[in-house]
Design a protein. Structure first.
Length: 326
């Protein structure tokens, strides 16, 4: 029997608590139907017997208080809601419990932005982690000692698991089901919940918003110049001249401010523009490619797939129902 403790924090997302409970209990039912014993003992655990979430609109009744949970095999940390710094502060008393469970041999899994609470334990220091694509920059700023996995759905290292954004946590749940049972049960679970079992990237859903939460005005000017000249082939030397910086100084400060090299940023801005065009226009692949300043079809396709996880045709067909494949 695997003891699964689903933490119920303050400022948490209700679905990220209910879904893992539903998932593991459903697996128990699947096992029972096939003549096997149930595997998971699932409990909701927290600092209080009743925890209010969503500004008090909902309450969750826990099965056990943290102080009474002496040993567990898996701790699930659900997604948090609202301001991450405040959410961490309101759950500060849960941190030592998570660390204790890990040190006692438990595995720990965070769902979506539950990674912020997991990171606050220090258990991720020097390790890799996945979280919601929209929170990656904030996560890097708060926890620079952790390596964020861009686009990854599931990350595993040293008995610690983390997942990508929003419903991507279902892929981590399926990953854990397969780990604890077998592939056949995981496939059955994926079909029951209508989840694509082997989706490995959240890149297709990511929107590049341009990292401008810094104070380096010269780099902001460089970013604006890139964004205003989507169709041009901009070189690092040209950009450096435009913002009156030396090439090395520009590259160093750009990476420090945006966590991207200049060329990475240029490509990401161009591909983001191409994505919007594929979603909202009837333009063919070559037209969009030229619009964003690429002249080499192979280079465009390669860069597009590297950033989004899909080819240009696959992306357009996924998000633009009126478009016809070329």
């Amino acid at each position: 029997m695997k003891n699964v403790a689903i933490l119920v924090p303050e400022n948490s997302v209700m679905q990220a608590i209910a879904d893992p409970q539903y998932c593991f209990n459903a697996v128990n039912q699947f096992l029972a139907v096939s003549g096997k014993k149930p595997l998971f003992n699932v409990e909701l655990v927290g600092l209080k017997k009743e925890i209010f979430i969503n500004e008090g609109k909902f309450s969750i009744h826990t099965d056990a208080l943290l102080k009474d949970v002496k040993e567990t095999d898996l701790v699930i940390i659900p997604a948090l809601f609202g301001d991450m710094s405040e959410a961490i502060k309101s759950n500060k008393k849960t941190i030592s419990w998570i660390v204790d469970q890990y040190n006692n041999g438990a595995e720990v899994a965070s769902l979506c932005v539950g990674a912020f609470l997991l990171a606050s334990t220090g258990l991720l220091n020097g390790k890799k982690c996945s979280t919601h694509w929209g929170f990656q920059n904030e996560f890097r700023e708060m926890f620079p000692e952790i390596e964020v996995q861009d686009g990854s759905i599931v990350t595993e290292e040293d008995r610690i698991y983390s997942s990508g954004g929003a419903n991507s946590y279902w892929n981590l749940l399926l990953y854990l089901v397969e780990k604890y049972t077998d592939r056949e049960t995981a496939i059955l679970t994926s079909k029951y919940f209508a989840i694509d079992i082997d989706r490995e990237s959240q890149s297709a859903f990511a929107m590049f918003q341009g990292q401008k939460g810094h104070t380096d005005e010269a780099i902001k000017n460089a970013q604006n110049y890139i964004e205003q000249n989507i169709g041009e082939r901009i070189t690092v030397e040209e950009l450096a001249d435009t913002v009156a910086l030396g090439k090395r100084s520009l590259e160093r400060r750009f990476k420090l401010a945006t966590n991207n090299t200049v060329l990475e940023y240029i490509h990401r801005v161009k591909i983001e523009f191409a994505k919007r065009s594929f979603e909202n226009s009837r333009k063919n692949i070559n037209e969009v490619m030229f619009d964003v300043g690429y002249t080499d079809t192979k280079a465009f396709r390669t860069t597009f797939k590297k950033i989004t996880g899909l080819s240009p045709v696959e992306y357009r067909n996924k998000y633009n129902k009126m478009a016809k494949s070329n």
